[in-house]
Design a protein around this ligand. Structure first.
Ligand SMILES: Cc1cc2nc3c(=O)[nH]c(=O)nc-3n(C[C@H](O)[C@H](O)[C@H](O)COP(=O)(O)OP(=O)(O)OC[C@H]3O[C@@H](n4cnc5c(N)ncnc54)[C@H](O)[C@@H]3O)c2cc1C
Length: 282
């Protein structure tokens, strides 16, 4: 695997130092590492693999979206939910500890913009699925306002206490809205309720693109909503994966070919961003 990594000029691998690793709510943390080479390569929506250098358990790295990356300072940030062995271990890592990092991996959001410049953009995030959107909003902020799509960022969480990173997005000037299941902040309900406010039924056709990342049931609901409204929708998947390099095929998803038959795509190298109309949503 190392030889395979070394052959790729668009990919960096090495040891990185942890600059910070702080809780941002009860079950999520933001980690920052110094990785200047990675920061200069990564594009919005791509991801990285992190692995502890200490011992062989867990053996495999864990994939995380690049939340922020500054090529000038070399600071790279990821946001992670603490769910199992790898992320619990990451949560115990301290400032100054070293990790193995490799990436950037995957296609990123640019695949969704190929050959089109939509007037409106809806970025729909559920929970930690917000992570791949920040770099995208940062890139969009560099486009002159007259040429930039009218962008709305919609974030869904269980409650206000998990409505994280909104200030980061608002500081970039994006219209950031929230839906919470318990109604403690923003729209009461699911993020798809906030999406329905943006694209009401019976309105004229929208020249819009919907991009979504979050848990599978949310992605399914967003995709179905987009299909009903005739909106183009692309989703960033977080399928469990092992190598992240296209070799192990543990992250395959079913994908519709041009002739309507089903094939498989690897989330790590063919995605993680896919045209939602090509995926099997059962
Ligand atoms: C391209 C990509 C980008 C991702 N970006 C982020 C990110 O920015 N922030 C973040 O918090 N997470 C992200 N994830 C998910 C993250 O990689 C997993 O949560 C992590 O690998 C879990 O590792 P663990 O060792 O803590 O859990 P494990 O011990 O491996 O698993 C614990 C439990 O979580 C389940 N699980 C593990 N991985 C996943 C998964 N991918 N989806 C659903 N259930 C899973 C397992 O089945 C098990 O029940 C991303 C995944 C992919 C593929």
């Amino acid at each position: 695997m190392i030889e395979h990594i070394e052959q790729r000029k668009d990919l960096w691998t090495g040891e990185v130092e942890i600059l910070s690793n702080e809780p941002i709510c009860d079950s999520m943390r933001k980690i920052a590492v110094r990785a200047p080479e990675f920061a200069s390569l990564v594009k919005p929506g791509q991801f990285l693999m992190l692995r502890s250098l200490d011992g062989a358990d867990p053996l495999l790295g864990r994939p995380f979206a690049a939340y922020d990356a500054d090529p000038e300072t070399g600071r790279v940030e990821a946001i992670y939910a603490i769910v199992g062995k790898g992320t619990n271990r990451l949560a115990r890592a301290r400032v100054g500890d070293k990790l193995a990092l490799w990436g950037p991996l995957g296609n990123g959001w640019e695949v969704a913009f190929r050959d089109k410049s939509p007037k409106r953009l809806a970025l729909v995030a559920g929970g930690v699925g917000l992570a791949p959107f920040y770099l995208l909003v940062k890139e969009l902020a560099k486009i002159p306002e007259s040429e930039r799509p009218e962008t709305t960022y919609l974030f869904g969480s269980r409650s206000a206490s998990r409505a994280i990173c909104l200030d980061d997005f608002r500081a970039l000037g994006v219209d950031a809205r929230v839906a919470t299941e318990d109604g403690s902040l923003g729209t009461k309900g699911f993020v798809t309720d906030a999406l329905a406010d943006l694209f009401p039924a019976g309105a004229e056709a929208f020249d819009a693109l919907v991009l979504a990342c979050g848990p599978s049931p949310m992605l399914r609901a967003v995709a179905n909503f987009a299909f009903e409204r005739g909106l183009e929708c692309w989703t960033s998947l977080e399928s469990p994966m092992a190598c992240g390099m296209g070799m192990c095929f543990s992250c395959v998803v079913e994908w519709k070919t041009d002739d309507g038959t089903w094939d498989y795509k690897r989330t790590c190298v063919d995605g993680p961003v896919f045209d939602a109309s090509r995926l099997k949503w059962n």
